[in-house]
Design a protein around this ligand. Structure first.
Ligand SMILES: *[C@@H]1O[C@H](CO)[C@@H](O)[C@H](O)[C@H]1NC(C)=O
Ligand SMILES: *[C@@H]1O[C@H](CO)[C@@H](O)[C@H](O)[C@H]1NC(C)=O
Ligand SMILES: *[C@@H]1O[C@H](CO)[C@@H](O)[C@H](O)[C@H]1NC(C)=O
Length: 289
């Protein structure tokens, strides 16, 4: 969405829920990836960024083509033996150093004296394997290739970092990347001792309303000052009803255009499509994604 002024959206939403937003499970994904707290500069220096020579097409036995896949490593918690290694299999976005600096898996690394690795997903960030993203070149963007990247990385990185011969690998992931963890354990069970798949969807489903049911239940059972979850739910529902009813006529549409300072307006262009985008965008504030 290139369309909106976020500040106005927030104003609109908070006005309608009469208070601060609740912490919903839908925002979990952001949380489990990027913790809110600041990390001191002292920690930054222990993180190294490097590139792993990866096969473009793992199903091609000649392995003729390769690309550079970015990874992050932090060995500050590792024991001298380097007998435990954690790998965060990243998902559908550019990897960030923040992901390896703190979070639940880093806490576990401290406890288990583990080396930390974070592997950027092919086709994201600095791990673009093809010269462009033409449809033809996107044919290597598959779950199987991503899983094979992970397997190849685990096997290939061992010598370079002088990990113990019997090093125990644990894989971590969240959301889609959590799904990769589960599938990785299934497809390459011998390469790891375990995996932590957080918020990992495993069943493909069209019209997946279940997710919003969880968001609904969570908001409903929350409290925010003197406002009950029930009140919040009904305020949110009312807001979306207002949105829909305004969208039914020209005056209302113009109101929405102005309220959200829309560039691609609902009154002109493709109003149904733009309204769907607007609704989806506003939904983010309650459900994350
Ligand atoms: C981690 O290292 C510390 C310090 O060397 C040691 O006391 C502790 O037992 C180690 N923990 C594990 C789980 O090996
Ligand atoms: C809830 O608290 C706010 C300020 O803390 C107050 O302005 C508001 O009137 C209260 N609402 C109810 C229903 O008590
Ligand atoms: C939307 O409509 C306006 C006015 O007709 C036009 O200038 C603009 O190019 C349209 N935008 C899109 C994305 O079609």
């Amino acid at each position: 969405m290139k369309v909106f002024l976020a500040v106005l959206v927030i104003l609109f939403v908070s006005e309608n829920v009469q208070g601060q937003m609740f912490d919903t499970p839908g925002r979990l994904r952001k949380k489990c990836k990027v913790p809110a707290r600041k990390v001191s500069d002292a920690l930054v220096s222990s993180v190294k960024i490097d590139f792993f020579t990866q096969y473009l097409d793992h199903s091609d036995a000649s392995h003729a083509k390769t690309f550079k896949q970015r990874y992050f490593v932090d060995e500050q918690y590792a024991s001298a033996e380097k007998d435990v290694a954690f790998l965060f299999i990243d998902g559908e976005s550019e990897s960030s150093e923040d992901f390896i600096k703190s979070g639940e898996w880093v806490e576990s690394a401290k406890k288990f004296n583990a080396s930390l690795f974070l592997l950027e997903h092919r086709y994201f960030g600095k791990s673009i394997p093809t010269e462009d993203l033409s449809t033809e070149n996107l044919k290597y963007l598959t779950v199987d290739q991503a899983l094979a990247d992970t397997a190849n990385f685990i096997e290939g990185i061992k010598t370079q970092y002088k990990l113990a011969p019997d090093v125990k690998w644990i894989v971590f992931g969240c959301s889609y990347s959590g799904s990769l963890v589960a599938w990785f354990r299934q497809k390459y069970p011998d390469l790891t001792k375990g995996g932590v798949a957080s918020s990992a969807p495993l069943v493909a489903k069209v019209n997946f309303a279940d997710y919003h049911k969880v968001v609904y239940d969570d908001i409903r059972s929350s409290k925010n000052g003197n406002q009950t979850g029930e009140e919040c739910i009904s305020a949110v529902q009312k807001a979306f009803e207002q949105l829909n009813s305004k969208a039914q006529n020209k005056d209302g549409q113009l109101g929405l255009d102005n309220m959200f300072k829309l560039c691609d307006t609902i009154t002109e262009n493709n109003s149904a499509e733009n309204l769907a985008s607007l609704t989806d965008y506003l939904l983010y504030f309650f459900s994350g994604k």
